[in-house]
Design a protein around this ligand. Sequence first.
Ligand SMILES: Cc1cc2nc3c(=O)[nH]c(=O)nc-3n(C[C@H](O)[C@H](O)[C@H](O)COP(=O)(O)OP(=O)(O)OC[C@H]3O[C@@H](n4cnc5c(N)ncnc54)[C@H](O)[C@@H]3O)c2cc1C
Length: 72
Amino acid sequence: MQQTKRDVIVVGGGVIGVSVAYYAASQGASVLLIDRGRIGHGSSYGNAGLLAPVTVNHFPVPESFLRVAISP
Ligand SMILES: Cc1cc2nc3c(=O)[nH]c(=O)nc-3n(C[C@H](O)[C@H](O)[C@H](O)COP(=O)(O)OP(=O)(O)OC[C@H]3O[C@@H](n4cnc5c(N)ncnc54)[C@H](O)[C@@H]3O)c2cc1C
């Protein structure tokens, strides 16, 4: 097997891994991004690659369910 040295190896090609790989590469690092499946087909696929905490409903207390239930 051919061996190639990399500065950075990123495991997982979701929005986080791809972003880490992108920014490391943009700083001049040689990067290897590996995924057990298809790039971008984990949770990031379900959320279209977005991280938007403002859109997340949190359920730490029972009242949160009431807020969701009465919101339009
Ligand atoms: C339906 C849905 C709605 C969502 N809504 C929101 C929202 O409104 N706001 C918000 O902020 N977030 C939301 N999220 C959550 C958000 O999508 C995730 O937090 C985010 O995409 C996680 O990104 P990630 O890169 O950490 O993980 P992932 O996108 O899951 O990527 C992880 C990758 O790692 C790979 N992997 C795992 N284990 C291994 C291994 N051992 N070896 C190699 N590869 C491996 C997987 O194949 C996958 O490709 C939502 C998620 C879903 C599914």
